[in-house]
Design a protein around this ligand. Structure first.
Ligand SMILES: [Fe+2]
Length: 453
């Protein structure tokens, strides 16, 4: 038989349980209706809270490492904005960056999945803008220790704080800054300083969770801003340097072009003095470059800082010393006497003397001086031989001879190209360096001398 006391005890328990549940519901209801008090979490909220929090320290370390790789400030900012947006989960993230001309701040990048995406390029704030003025004049440190400003705290400051009461200018600035933050839909703005200069401003919307940014998170953004400032300054330095290098390069190219054209004009002027060698310099240059193409990869060619260019200019100016040879000798219609020939031979020394002081030409003077030397040491002016003769001078010697044989002279008619080739082959190892002769034959067989009659 059932104990009547036991039955009473059970019904009491049931009553207590029901009352307890009722009390719980009542408390929850009260909590919901109490403005600003605790709000019970929804199931999604509980799940979200259970998700692992972002490890800001690790994130900062990895961001700092990644920043070093970026050489263009815009790319760096795009990366940071994207990472903040993904990791911190805010309605939108944007970055105002001081423009190259340094008189305004431009919205470089904006990102946001669910929130308002600020159109890039439409926002340009100058130094009169209250938000920029607040940061530029360091008023932000009157508001917060970190220098970051929060929309809600700005409102509190405007309406409740004594700080602004006795300072109408500061009050106006706060008021206008709040309006600017509203336009940018900013919950937090974090300044980016490098030394004493304001480089940019991080603009952050609300957190998707609607939870206020924690002190830790604001600390994270200010640290990130310091890292970004350093990276931006480095990127700017690299960009400035690259622009300078580009300018110098352009200037060099321009001057170089002028120089080449001057060399061509000079060569043409020398040619014009001698009607029998008309076009000689242009052809020798063409032949020398054709032979040079076959030699580009060998160590002797690679020993030059710029083999092709040195060869080009040397060939153009190889006979520049003829400027010192009298017209009566240059235009003589017949074989030269010994003294006349000695005078003509001086042109290699004169040419080197003309070119030596021009520093841009480097060692071109020595190439010009040696273009009549022979492989066996029987040439002039120094009678050096073999590898003592500068490499380019050896190339010019072959090209010069090929043109001399295949062109008319006052005292003899031009010969066929095949004859010139044979003469050069016959003189390989005596007058000419065999290596250069091989390169010449290769170029000739490839048809690079085909324009010769
Ligand atoms: Fe010459």
């Amino acid at each position: 038989m059932e104990d009547p006391n036991s039955s009473i005890s059970k019904s009491r328990e049931k009553l207590y349980e029901d009352n307890w549940l009722k009390l719980q519901d009542w408390i929850i209801e009260k909590m919901k209706n109490c403005d600003g008090a605790l709000i019970p979490m929804s199931r999604e909220e509980i799940q979200r809270r259970e998700e692992p929090e972002l490890d800001y320290q690790i994130f900062l370390e990895s961001a700092s490492r990644t920043m070093i790789r970026f050489k263009k400030p815009e790319r760096l900012i795009r990366m940071i904005v994207r990472v903040i947006d993904e990791q911190v989960k805010v309605t939108h993230t944007a970055m105002l960056l001081k423009s190259g001309h340094k008189n305004s701040f431009i919205l470089i990048d904006s990102q946001g999945e669910k929130g308002v995406k600020i159109p890039i390029g439409f926002i340009r704030l100058n130094f009169d803008n209250p938000l920029i003025r607040l940061f530029d004049e360091r008023h932000n440190y009157k508001i917060s220790e970190t220098g970051a400003i929060e929309y809600k705290e700005m409102l509190d400051l405007l309406h409740r704080s004594d700080k602004v009461k006795g300072d109408p200018d500061f009050r106006d600035l706060i008021d206008l800054t709040i309006k600017q933050m509203e336009l940018l839909k900013a919950t937090i703005c974090v300044p980016i300083y490098y030394k004493k200069e304001l480089l940019g401003v991080f603009v952050l919307g609300k957190k998707l969770s609607n939870i206020k940014f924690s002190r830790q998170e604001i600390g994270f953004f200010t640290t990130l801003a310091n890292d970004v400032a350093m990276a931006l300054a480095n990127a700017q330095l690299i960009q400035d340097l690259q622009e300078k290098i580009f300018e110098v390069h352009k200037l060099y190219e321009r001057e170089h072009k002028i120089f080449i054209h001057t060399a061509i004009s000079l060569a043409a002027a020398i040619d014009a003095r001698d009607p029998y060698t008309h076009g000689h310099t242009e052809r020798v240059t063409q032949y020398a470059l054709a032979i040079g193409e076959e030699l580009e990869d060998i160590p002797e060619a690679q020993a030059y800082r710029n083999f092709k260019e040195t060869l080009h200019i040397s060939a153009l100016l190889h006979d520049v010393g003829k400027i010192g040879v009298p017209d009566s000798i240059l235009n003589k219609n017949g074989p030269l006497t010994k003294p006349e020939y000695e005078k003509v031979k001086e042109h290699s020394i004169t040419g080197a003397a003309i070119l030596y002081p021009i520093r841009e030409l480097g060692d071109i003077a020595r190439e010009v001086r040696a273009h009549h030397e022979r492989h066996d040491g029987g040439g002039y002016p120094d009678s050096v031989k073999g590898e003592e003769i500068p490499f380019i001078a050896r190339v010019i010697a072959v090209a010069d001879t090929f043109d001399a044989i295949t062109s008319d002279r006052p005292y003899r008619q031009k010969k066929m190209a095949e004859v010139a080739v044979q003469i050069i082959k016959d003189n390989s190892g005596t007058q000419f360096d065999p290596l250069i002769v091989s390169a010449f034959l290769l170029a000739y067989r490839k048809g690079k001398f085909s324009n010769v009659a």
